[in-house]
Design a protein around this ligand. Structure first.
Ligand code: G3I
Length: 360
């Protein structure tokens, strides 16, 4: 079995730079992650805002240099694209599409059906008829608009939440309340009808660790994936979000068996939102970067031991912009370092972990 953790950490030019983590000359000389795609068959993507909301040109340049997939972090979510029934606003998403086309990138379509970031009128739907009509119009309009530009669609995002205590671990959402779990099948059929060629994915988080919570999430997710296979739902892949916590311990066996079961059911896998939270990791910046990179490498090792993902996307690119800042604060007050590039857009050891996995 390939071992990216040891591979990455034993490669002196990659993971053991002698200088400070903020300034690593050797890493800057390596070819970008997207250049590894032709040999590896794995695309690299990162999430962020489009040029209409993200005015940091250095960051956007780095996106174009490193990635061949652009993941709109918010622009394709329902609250932004259809704020009022039937009134669509694709301004940010279109700016991303233009940017992506100019830089030969595809877009990862995130996301069509989610319980969150929906407009008020959607959260107030109460009947199966109205929910079906809303799904039909929304999915058809959005998917048709970007046909040919999308790498894959996250058709349904995060349908599982055992903590909601509903049957089979399904998440409580407006969709489940109006339509029951059949909303998932319906959403995929609508997406497939609107674009027969693009891979369609179900995306989920929280399945990596040796905890009862992750165990329940894995079981419920597999249960749903099995049910969708039985229904012949047109779903092609499973997205492992991969929001990792550096202080946690992976459940090697549980995670391996989970991915193996997913593959056995006929789904391909993608890593869709990788980042490594270091809010609880003590030590210097360098030590934290090593821990983060090791954690990412160990995770990639486990995934690759079962299946080569179609793509790896990180949820952001530079530590300067990470959603985690909204929710997690270090007690020493220093900024989180969950992403491949540091606050000054310099490649970190986590970047090497990704390069190591993609190059192997
Ligand atoms: O833009 C406004 C700003 O004007 C305002 O001052 C500020 C005050 O709260 O809010 C800003 O909007 C926030 C937006 O992110 C941009 O930063 C929203 O409140 C906040 O809810 C929104 O959070 C996003 C979240 O999804 C909900 O849509 C995060 O950026 C985004 O990273 C996160 O992404 C999710 C994936 O879609 C699904 N998987 C988990 C992942 C991380 O939570």
């Amino acid at each position: 079995m390939l071992n990216f953790a040891s591979l990455a950490l034993s490669a002196p030019a990659l993971l053991m730079p002698p200088v400070s983590a903020e300034c690593d000359v050797d890493l800057e000389l390596q070819p970008p992650l997207r250049s590894l795609t032709p040999a590896s068959g794995i695309k690299y993507g990162c999430a962020g805002g489009g040029p209409t909301v993200q005015h940091d040109r250095v960051l956007l340049d780095k996106f174009a240099t490193e990635a061949n997939i652009f993941v709109p972090e918010g622009a394709l979510k329902w609250a932004f694209t259809e704020p009022q029934p039937g009134q669509f606003d694709f301004s940010e998403a279109d700016s991303i599409a233009d940017f992506a086309a100019r830089h030969e990138m595809l877009i990862h379509g995130h996301t069509l059906v989610w319980y969150a970031t929906i407009p008020e009128w959607v959260s107030q739907l109460t009947t199966a008829k109205d929910a079906t009509a809303a799904l039909e119009r929304h999915i058809t309009t959005e998917v048709q608009r970007y046909r040919g530009k999308i790498w894959a669609w996250d058709v349904v995002n995060e349908p599982i939440e055992p903590k909601d205590h509903l049957e089979n671990g399904y998440r409580n959402s407006v969709w489940l309340r109006c339509l029951g779990i059949n909303y998932v099948d319906l959403a995929f059929r609508l997406a497939r009808a609107a674009d027969p060629a693009t891979p369609l994915s179900l995306n989920e988080y929280g399945i990596e660790y040796a905890t009862a919570e992750c165990q329940r999430k894995r079981e419920a997710t597999l249960g749903l994936l099995q049910k969708l296979r039985d229904l012949k739902t047109p779903i092609d892949c499973f997205g492992l979000q991969s929001h990792l916590q550096a202080e946690n311990t992976f459940d090697h066996r549980g995670l391996t068996e989970f991915i193996r079961s997913v593959v056995k059911l006929g789904y391909r896998v993608m890593i869709t939102e990788l980042d490594v939270n270091d809010w609880k990791i003590p030590g210097t910046v360098e030590e934290r970067d090593v821990t983060v990179a090791r954690h990412a490498a160990e995770y990639l090792d486990i995934v690759f031991s079962v299946a080569r993902p179609m793509s790896i996307a990180t949820w952001g690119l530079s530590d300067r912009y990470t959603w985690m800042r909204m929710y997690f604060k270090r007690t020493d007050g220093s900024p989180l370092r969950p992403l491949p590039l540091d606050l000054n857009y310099r490649r970190k050891r986590m970047w090497s972990a990704l390069a190591g996995a993609m190059a192997a």
